[in-house]
Design a protein around this ligand. Sequence first.
Ligand SMILES: Cc1cc2nc3c(=O)[nH]c(=O)nc-3n(C[C@H](O)[C@H](O)[C@H](O)COP(=O)(O)O)c2cc1C
Length: 226
Amino acid sequence: MAMMDTIRARHSVREYDGRAPEGAALEALTAVVEQCARQSGLSIQLVLDNPEVFQVVAKFGIIHGAVSSIAFVTARGTADDEAIGYWGQKIVLVAQEAGLNTCWVALCARRRSKARLATGEKVRLVIAVGYGLTQGHPRKTKTMDKLCTVECADSPAWFKVAMEAAQLAPTAVNHQNFHVTLRPDGETVRIEAPKGALNYIDLGIVKRNFEEVANETGARWCWEDA
Ligand SMILES: Cc1cc2nc3c(=O)[nH]c(=O)nc-3n(C[C@H](O)[C@H](O)[C@H](O)COP(=O)(O)O)c2cc1C
């Protein structure tokens, strides 16, 4: 379960050593950003030298020492949110595998981003990426009974491990505003989130974590709406 190990090892990191990604890590990051942009049709840009995007006045959620970010650019307001979460989390997982640390950052100085913007486009949010001073630390999570419902007789092993991946997914302010239901057939999976500022970005992130691990088990399963 290589992907599950990556997911267990990932934590948000807010203190970095001031270096941009380099060498093999930079190659892996560049490749996955290009791949995700191509497959999703989203504007996803790796911006290597842009510490200004993290210069915000706030009491919480400050990122120190990071110079590089992945910027999600859109002219569609919040309409791309789920896709941004889903494809962005793919980049987060590949970055983690490559020895980099990350943090999703909604509280950023959008106007100081060096991402290229066409008319009408804005930076929706960024992911900080670089070399952390620590690997971050585990945080509190909601319990499984709050996060999922199983409608078949027994919860299968593949679902349990995929739900652990969903439970460990980053969500804004650690809200974990999502619910997963395994349908009576034991294969169909529904995921829902209430409307809310960043909830659909979170939903996309959670879907990615769940899907990567469910697929890694080799189980037969599908999303309800797919
Ligand atoms: C959409 C989104 C936006 C976030 N924005 C910020 C932010 O502005 N500042 C920050 O420090 N952390 C931010 N985070 C990180 C969350 O606080 C973090 O993922 C959550 O507390 C869970 O911790 P973990 O990622 O270490 O598992 C954001 C996470 C997500 C998914």
